[in-house]
Design a protein around this ligand. Sequence first.
Ligand code: C2G
Length: 130
Amino acid sequence: MQKVITYGTFDLLHYGHIELLKRAKALGDYLIVALSTDEFNWRCKHKQTYFPYKKRKQLLEAIRYVDLVIPENSWQQKTADIQEYRVNIFVMGDDWRGQFDELTSLATVIYLPRTPEISTTKIKKDLRLS
Ligand code: C2G
């Protein structure tokens, strides 16, 4: 079984997220999503999410491509996650290209092209204008 992992906030879930998850799952048989907790978002990513962790987790668990959702509490947990869950493939959008290359000793690292023209930031901005 080829296990894939990816990380993110996935707030205001949109088709760019879905496209990422769909392609990540297609790389293996089992997809784990490490979902940024509210505290990690605030403390480390300086992101204030619209939906709290519990709701974002509920949304992700409803997606056919997602097999397991675990919390992302720190930048440093990726190595431990890969080892604990016996992950073969680490996937991120290519806005992170190069940031996680140190993980290539543990798993295949793949950066997938982001879906253009959609982001949570754009959604929030457009809604403010409407
Ligand atoms: N994404 C994408 N296309 C978009 C928007 C996002 O492919 N139009 C991808 C991102 O590249 C990322 C994933 O969807 O791989 C989740 O995006 P975010 O929730 O913005 O995640 P981020 O804040 O980048 O957190 O430790 C890693 C971090 O937790 C990643």
